[in-house]
Design a protein around this ligand. Structure first.
Ligand SMILES: NC(=O)c1ccc[n+]([C@@H]2O[C@H](COP(=O)([O-])OP(=O)(O)OC[C@H]3O[C@@H](n4cnc5c(N)ncnc54)[C@H](OP(=O)(O)O)[C@@H]3O)[C@@H](O)[C@H]2O)c1
Length: 251
């Protein structure tokens, strides 16, 4: 069935690949990012899929920007079936590299950005009495790993919020879903100097996401199997064992 989808964080990497897939599948897509309207890949797609694609600039770290963008995204196709939250920033920091500005921006974009958008969207989805919210979190939300805490903590908060919201939203006809996936080659992970286990190409990850969200409703979508099973196990182990293992991961 053709869907009206709003993707926030659509200008590069996984988001941009999802946009391409959804357009080819015939869905109507609203694309947002800070400078979405000057992103050449999105402009090229707009040229081909004029009627199916709307570009709306939005900086999720600014409530004013979110308040301006939400009605535009909602009205373009007369409501939304799916709101896909994909925006994030990422910095790896050892204790020696700590920078509070990075901690703040990861919290502002990876967690508070979703909160800003959802509070504006809620009355609209509530009125519509149907829809789906899909938040792209990360497998890093399962367990804090060395040097990655500034990124994984807001992702863990996002998952925890999604769990808390699911029952209330479900009662209102809105399905809440989270995606926890592993490493994907994008500009986000370009800065990783370590070997990324199970790393995927952005198109491969987007194809997997697009296929998984078409399946019957499940709260969580997670992949790849190997990394998600290992991190899940880490969460289940007693801390003395899990932290012994993560100490071994220190560079
Ligand atoms: N790559 C991985 O290994 C990996 C693993 C697990 C989860 N994820 C998650 O997958 C999602 C996509 O990441 P990616 O790897 O594809 O990275 P990416 O290419 O850097 O994409 C991030 C997107 O977020 C947008 N964004 C950043 N700050 C924003 C802001 N203030 N307001 C609005 N949009 C903003 C970016 O657009 P602008 O900069 O143009 O605003 C971009 O479209 C993220 O949620 C990430 O945490 C990635």
């Amino acid at each position: 069935m053709k869907q009206r989808i709003w993707i926030v964080g659509a200008s590069s990497g996984i988001g941009l690949e999802l946009v391409k897939i959804w357009l080819l599948e015939g869905h109507s897509v609203v694309c947002s990012a800070r400078n979405a309207s000057s992103t050449k890949e999105l402009l090229a797609l707009k040229h081909i899929h004029e009627a199916q694609l709307q570009i709306v600039d939005m900086d999720v770290s600014s409530l004013d920007s979110v308040k301006k963008a939400v009605p535009q995204a909602w009205k373009r196709f007369g409501g939304l079936d799916v709101w896909f939250y994909n925006a994030a920033v990422y910095e790896v920091m050892s204790v020696e590299e700590w920078d509070v500005v990075h901690f703040e921006s990861m919290m502002q974009i990876n967690y508070m950005g979703a909160v800003r958008v959802m509070t504006e969207l809620m009355p609209l989805f509530e009125g519509q009495k149907s829809g789906r919210w899909i938040w792209n979190a990360s497998l890093s939300s399962y367990f804090g790993l060395p040097l990655g805490g500034g990124y994984s903590a807001p992702k863990a908060a996002l998952c925890n919020l999604a769990e808390a919201l699911q029952p209330e939203l479900y009662a209102k006809g809105i399905k809440m879903q989270v995606i926890n996936h592993g490493f994907v080659k994008t500009r986000l992970t370009q800065k990783n100097s370590f070997e990324m286990p199970g790393v995927m190409e952005a198109h491969q990850a987007a194809t997997k996401i697009a296929r998984e969200i078409e399946k019957p409703y499940r709260f969580e979508i997670h992949f790849p199997f190997g990394l998600s099973s290992f991190l899940r196990l880490l969460r289940l182990l007693p801390y003395r064992l899990s932290l012994w293992l993560t100490r071994k991961m220190l560079p």
